[in-house]
Write a protein that binds this ligand. Structure first.
Ligand code: C2E
Ligand code: MG
Ligand code: MG
Ligand code: MG
Length: 287
């Protein structure tokens, strides 16, 4: 019966849904395998002080080296992981790996992205702090990036976790600010100390007058509430000039560096401490 009457519906509807589900399940299975077989790798993107253009930290970003399909970017598998409990394993793996790799980088902060679902895991803060102790990574040097949805879902268990992390010295940054519904006034009551202004606003600095007005407002209000402001996705000198004029303290983006392997991150820091300034790195005027 399904083969005759229901045929059109079967073709248009069920296969796509079924194919979709099967694909997702396959990605989940392969990702689970990828995590246990260490097919995931981490890259590190410099975060700079806007005034001096010196590197003050690195954001950790995950990559998947699929044995058949090659390099896969997070947007293709993080959402799949977030629909299953895999995200907890993935975020835990990233934390341990990032801290192990970056343990010997001098002075800089290491940021890791953490999904809302991971923050709701029972005893997540204690487990994270235990990992830091095992690895020998100072909690003062760790920053956790969460999204607005995580902040808003964080009334219960996740909020507790954030407080406990903060009390242990871990910093909390709000990622992709401006893409959700969070207001700075609301965020003030959360254990968040840094705001990362979303790339979509930074991209339009110098192009759309509204973007400049919004960024300037966010920086002013954020700073007056005692928060550190960071701009993500800075690609041009012009964008940096706006950010500097507005008093944004930190920036991150291709203008400074794309995400790089740990060896390159070490090299960038070594070059910096050998006395090369940001301006020299970018071919600007030398003193
Ligand atoms: P995000 O945390 O907002 O990370 C910034 C993204 O922008 C990264 O993409 C980075 O490579 C990219 N980016 C940095 N500078 C520039 C720039 O100047 N121009 C442009 N066009 N892009 C720039 P990526 O690595 O593909 O990561 C995408 C998202 O995946 C991240 O957004 C984050 O939400 C998520 N993600 C990455 N790693 C992890 C992880 O370990 N755990 C979790 N839960 N999520 C992760
Ligand atoms: Mg991030
Ligand atoms: Mg971001
Ligand atoms: Mg983003």
């Amino acid at each position: 019966r399904a083969k005759t009457e229901g045929r059109a519906g079967f073709r248009i509807f069920e296969p796509s849904l079924e194919v979709e589900m099967r694909k997702r399940r396959q990605v989940e299975q392969e990702l689970a395998e990828g995590i246990s077989k260490d097919h995931l790798t981490l890259v590190f993107q410099p975060q700079v002080d806007v005034e001096s253009e010196r590197i003050i930290g690195f954001e950790t970003l995950v990559r998947w080296n699929h044995p058949v399909r090659g390099l896969i970017l997070p947007e293709a598998f993080i959402p799949v992981a977030e629909r299953s409990r895999l995200i907890n394993r993935l975020d835990a793996w990233v934390l341990r790996k990032a801290c192990t790799l970056a343990r010997d980088l001098p002075e800089v902060t290491i940021s890791v992205n953490m999904s809302a679902a991971s923050l709701r895991e029972p005893d997540i803060a204690e487990r994270m702090i235990a990992v830091l102790a095992q690895v020998g990574f100072d909690p003062d040097r760790l920053e956790v990036e969460i999204t607005e949805s995580a902040v808003f879902q964080s009334e219960g268990r996740a909020h507790e976790a954030l407080l406990r992390l903060r009390d242990a010295g871990v910093r909390i940054a709000l990622d992709d600010f401006g893409t959700g519904h969070a207001s700075l006034v609301h965020i003030r009551s959360m254990p968040v100390t840094k705001i990362k202004i979303d790339r979509s606003f930074i991209m339009n600095l110098g192009i759309e007058r509204d973007a400049a007005a919004i960024v300037e407002y966010v920086v002013r209000l954020g700073r007056s509430l005692g928060m550190v402001l960071t701009a993500e996705g800075v690609e041009t000198r012009e964008q940096l000039r706006f950010l500097r004029a507005f008093g944004t303290q930190q920036a991150q983006g291709y203008l400074f560096s794309p995400p790089v392997p740990i060896e390159e991150a070490q090299r960038l820091l070594a070059a910096q401490s050998a006395g090369q300034t940001g301006a020299e790195r970018h071919g600007g005027p030398t003193p």
